[in-house]
Design a protein around this ligand. Structure first.
Ligand SMILES: [Fe+2]
Length: 346
């Protein structure tokens, strides 16, 4: 009986609250965000931006290369204001394709470390993940494994699990090794890694470390956020897997280049019809609030100082990242992939 009155009462209250909110937030326009990131976290981020500014976000999702092509084809009439995608090489390709412009935001320039921005100001990172080496804690850390380069050592014969070479995560890793070590050393490295594979490359990053407890692989290569999600899971079996897997942040020695990171980044589209609102959005992405939503929601590393990590991510330890050079990664991508595949890493 009570319920019958309570529910319509609550509905009316919700409606009134909704109207009050709508009045407090007059329509201040809209921006179109073309995004190749497909995470629930990002929707929460967009909603928070709209609540704060009254600027609505029209989200167009797609594959990065499709979105770049779409903006090109739309030409001067493109509704796109902001492009968001994963992988520095792809961001550099968007710049090269002429679909972005320097954002000129002082807030972005001052808040984001220089190593996480395009030098010409076309894009900047909004979050990052490290590409790390994982192992079985029960078996202990593999001796002699501290750098990506060590993965080619014959002592790890038949032990490594990694996804296909042609995934952008591996292409960019290969491009970074090519930049650091040159083509001959990269080819020798790739051949060593291919010979050390426990099985033909298959699946995504999660499938690599998941194969460690059953003994299919002793060593896996994966991005950090996939493993951290298991640590944050409600499911006890997931957390057990998380506790079983150890993480090595590669290339941390004195003078070494640091761990390869995979960034997500944002750019102002060259023809952005709503430039001012788009800039507000780009600035918003660098605020502690936005950074916290990205970091806690998707287990990524924030790009600004003072934003807390998710405890599951923090539990993996801290590390030094290799500075990102998107142009170089993009320039090296095709050659890196050819080298990896020629070496037998399919
Ligand atoms: Fe991913």
């Amino acid at each position: 009986m009570l319920r019958r009155f309570l529910l319509p009462g609550l509905a009316a209250l919700a409606l009134a609250l909704g109207l009050a909110l709508a009045q407090a937030q007059p329509n201040r326009g809209e921006i179109a965000v073309y995004s190749a990131r497909h995470y629930d976290t990002d929707r929460r981020l967009y909603d928070a931006f709209t609540r704060e500014t009254g600027i609505r976000i029209r989200l167009i999702e797609g594959d990065a290369d499709q979105l770049i092509e779409r903006i090109r084809n739309e030409g001067a009439n493109s509704p796109a204001d902001v492009l968001i995608t994963v992988d520095a090489a792809r961001l550099a390709r968007a710049k090269e394709a002429g679909v972005t412009q320097p954002h000129g935001s002082a807030a972005v320039q001052s808040r984001i470390p220089a190593g996480l921005q395009d030098p010409q100001g076309h894009w900047f990172a909004v979050s990052q993940r490290a590409r790390v080496i994982m192992f079985d804690r029960q078996a202990g850390p593999p001796a002699g494994l501290a750098r990506y380069e060590d993965l080619a050592d014959p002592r790890f014969r038949g032990q490594i699990c990694v996804r296909a070479a042609n995934h952008p995560y591996n292409v960019s890793l290969g491009a970074s090794i090519l930049a650091a070590d040159g083509p001959a050393a990269t080819e020798a490295w790739a051949r060593g890694v291919a010979q050390n594979l426990a099985r033909p490359p298959q699946g995504g990053d999660r499938d690599q470390f998941r194969a460690i407890p059953p003994g299919q692989c002793r060593i896996a290569i994966s991005n950090t956020y996939y493993l951290a999600a298991f640590g944050a899971s409600e499911n006890a079996a997931d957390r057990e897997l998380f506790n079983r897997i150890g993480v090595i942040f590669p290339n941390q020695g004195a003078g070494d280049r640091g761990a390869h990171v995979n960034v997500s980044g944002a750019a102002l589209v060259r023809t952005a019809p709503n430039r001012e609102n788009a800039l507000r959005f780009l600035d918003y992405l660098t605020t502690p609030q936005a950074q916290e939503i990205l970091a806690l929601g998707n287990m990524e590393y924030p790009v600004v100082e003072g934003v807390a990590l998710h405890p599951a991510l923090a539990a993996m330890g801290s590390f030094r990242a290799e500075p990102i050079n998107g142009d170089r990664l993009a320039a090296n991508a095709a050659e890196a992939l050819r080298i990896l595949q020629r070496a037998g890493w399919r």
